[in-house]
Design a protein around this ligand. Sequence first.
Ligand SMILES: C[S@@+](CC[C@H](N)C(=O)[O-])C[C@H]1O[C@@H](n2cnc3c(N)ncnc32)[C@H](O)[C@@H]1O
Length: 331
Amino acid sequence: MRPSLSELFLAHDGRVSDKWEQYLAIYDRELARFRDAAGPVRLLEIGVQNGGSLELWSKYLPPGSSVVGMDIDPRCGALTFAGDITVLVGDAADPATLDRLLGDRGFDIIIDDGSHVSRDIIATFEACFPRLAPGGLFLIEDLHASYWASHGGGFRAEGAAVEWLKGLVDALHADHLEPTVDGAMRSGLLALNQQVARVAFYDSVAVVEKLPQVKAAPWRRIMGGMNAAVEDSLPILLPVAAARNEQVLLTPVRAESVNGARQSGVADADAERQRHAQAEARLAARVEELERSLADQAAVLQRLSTIEDSTIWRATAPYRRLMGLFGARRG
Ligand SMILES: C[S@@+](CC[C@H](N)C(=O)[O-])C[C@H]1O[C@@H](n2cnc3c(N)ncnc32)[C@H](O)[C@@H]1O
């Protein structure tokens, strides 16, 4: 088991390093997977000063790792180190300087412990984040300075680094923004959304983790399980997802359960159709029966009207009247 940064820091007797106490636990928590990596790790730290932190990173990371420090102060260029530690002199917020000093080098860990001026913090992130390897971590120290006017910040002040970093939380949700967020704001957030996996804030430290691969499409909704006893939201979810151009994934178990429900739905529909057909047949038979009866009655009426029109019927009319009188009297 390799030592923690806290252990190394407390035992450190080399060049001076200037940190806040809580950073040690934060680094141990965030960087443990790099410390324990099987292979070498590449680290860039902006802000060298006396070089103490570079020595600590070199001791902390696995053998063969490379540690690069960059500082705007030319005096740092005179520092010499044992092991794979390099110091470069230049402004880490300037992409042209970075290109000149670093070429196409990428890093697994980038730490900004530079000027702590809000404008520089944002520019350094924008310039250096593209150099962070997939799955890598970008850590920014001393963010309390973002609350100070002396460092270009202030409480919820426009341009303060913390306010800008809060925008990364918006970037994480960029796929879900209403259409009212548009233009450069939307495209900027979507671009970051493709790369940012996580943003964490500690007291004075922010950690931004890069996705292991560029996110080419929005995350899909995934549904598992068999039993939706309270509410099966799938029938509601599917049309909503289609309208929003979202995709819904069903786990094999869930898909099996949905297909089963569909099949029993089909069986129910078949039975219902059969019941309808039987009722229709009964109705048709009744209609036929009524039509036949009507036809019979029409034939009787026809016969009666033929009799009324006949000569003998007319000739016997007085006799029928007489019979009627008899009948009335009898009644
Ligand atoms: C707080 S110190 C670094 C401390 C060191 N990392 C440690 O833990 O001991 C900050 C350093 O950042 C350097 N610096 C300030 N602005 C910078 C910039 N734009 N690019 C690179 N380094 C910068 C300063 O010259 C200074 O040496």
